[in-house]
Ligand binder design. Structure first.
Ligand code: ZN
Length: 456
């Protein structure tokens, strides 16, 4: 950043500082407001980090840098009163930051990088050569807890609690492992959606340049859960053996989670409505009704020492997997039940198309006031959505911590600090290093090519 920019930034800070003084009169009340958001974008939102991320190394001085790259990225803003402004673009970091501070969007979405500046798309269309098209986009995944309402009994809709949140945790584990081990991607950013779900951004160059067809193929790779209201059997595992990806997900993550946590936390066998839903998955009616009779006979008193869910699950497994069940479909049924209840339910349409928008990390969710912070996939078991900092909490922290020293950023004094540090050290630094290497090798091979051409 140049000297001029730094002093310009200081001026802004002073203006914001005055507004902030005003708020210090009383403590910050809970909730979400345009005033708070203005302070958040002025003092805490990591503009520079977002800019460096989405520049992918093209903001440097290397001769291979594409200086038009960042300016071809679509941003869309949701303003107060649900005014939705698409196809915003910014020439540089200062442009972006000024626009965000000025418009103070309730939500910022990030779209693809287009062939031309999306803000000037009409001019290109009028010039007759219709070249406006998306050319790059992170491979993205969106998992939303409201898609799990038929397997969780603690909450529904927009609510989450610590009993159902682990469904998101295991989705992250399953997907993250496959994206790294099966597809070889390295630069994967997981972000809490601010309310009830998670977003995944795969940022490797190879992922960003995938065509829609290739994205659809990857989405299909993950497609196990078919869903559908009227479809009793939502998961069909066919073939003599499970695909290695599914087998590994099952053994390493899903089985342990289902048996060790979900069974008891959701009381999956505690009432007839609940266990009947599981029995419907069993294709053999005589087995299903045998178990139903057994459990309806209310023999719970005799097994009171043990968790009824665990006992009934063991009984079901015993019947389906005992030696007398020769049919493969029946033995596979245990796995199908576990997949039905635990396998990641992805919003496929989001992943398949380059031009799908996705909420930017570090936005504040307008309904919860929580910041969309990154989640460490290696430590996702410890992520607790109910303790993610809220807008009002962060401003309160700023308020309480008094004067800042010249050297530190304001966010360092708040609980947002560790999220920004994590974003920088565990994601951004490694990503930019590999962007630089990729750029270097591309440039060298081009130089070599042109030298060879000259030699001829
Ligand atoms: Zn819950």
């Amino acid at each position: 950043m140049t000297k001029e920019e730094t002093s310009a930034e200081r001026d802004d800070m002073q203006i914001d500082g005055r507004e902030f003084e005003h708020l210090q009169v009383s403590t910050i009340p809970g909730g979400f407001s345009a005033d708070y958001l203005k302070l958040y974008y002025g003092k805490l939102f990591p503009h520079a980090d977002i800019y460096r991320w989405l520049s992918y190394g093209n903001d440097g001085k290397h001769p291979a840098c594409d200086h038009s790259y960042f300016g071809r990225r679509e941003f869309s803003f949701t303003l107060e009163n649900d005014i939705y402004v698409r196809f915003q673009s910014f020439n540089n970091a200062v442009d972006m930051e000024n626009s965000i501070r000025e418009k103070c969007p309730y939500k910022i979405d990030i779209g693809p990088v287009y062939s031309v500046d999306p803000a000037k798309r009409h001019a290109y269309a009028q010039s007759g050569n219709n070249v406006f098209a998306p050319v790059e986009r992170e491979l993205i995944f969106d998992i939303d807890m409201s898609d799990y309402d038929d397997v969780r009994y603690c909450c529904s809709g927009a609510d989450v609690c610590l009993n159902c949140w682990p469904l998101m945790t295991i989705s992250m584990k399953v997907l993250d492992t496959a994206l790294r081990d099966d597809f070889g991607f390295n630069h994967i950013l997981w972000v809490y959606s601010g309310r009830r779900g998670v977003h995944c951004w795969v940022c490797d160059g190879r992922a960003r340049r995938l065509s829609n067809e290739q994205r659809a193929a990857i989405a299909d790779y993950f497609r196990v859960y078919k869903g559908g209201e009227n479809n009793v059997k939502k998961v069909n595992l066919t073939g003599p053996v499970l695909h290695p990806f599914l087998a590994r997900s099952y053994t390493d993550v899903l089985k342990g989670f289902f048996e060790g946590k979900l069974l008891a936390s959701q009381n999956l066998f505690a009432s007839i409505e609940r266990f009947q839903k599981i029995l419907e998955i069993i294709p053999d009616e005589s087995i299903a009704s045998e178990l139903l009779d057994k459990w309806q006979g209310n023999r719970r008193s005799s097994i009171s020492k043990e968790d009824v869910n665990v006992v009934r699950w063991e009984q079901l497994k015993h019947v389906l997997q005992s030696g007398k069940q020769k049919a493969q479909g029946l033995r596979r049924c245990v796995e199908e039940i576990i997949f039905t209840y635990t396998y990641p339910r992805l919003d496929m349409e989001v992943s398949k198309h380059m031009n799908h928008l996705l909420k930017a990390p570090f936005c504040v969710h307008p309904k919860t006031g929580r910041v969309c912070v990154p989640i460490d996939p290696n430590n996702c078991d410890n992520f607790d959505p109910t303790t993610v900092p809220t807008l009002s909490q962060l401003l309160e922290e700023l308020n309480m911590s008094g004067m800042r020293s010249e050297s530190e950023d304001e966010w360092e004094r708040t609980s947002l600090g560790k999220s920004i540090k994590f974003f920088r050290s565990s994601f951004l630094a490694l990503l930019l290093k590999s962007c630089k290497e990729e750029m270097e090798s591309l440039y060298n091979s081009k130089v070599k090519q042109s030298k060879n051409a000259l030699n001829w």
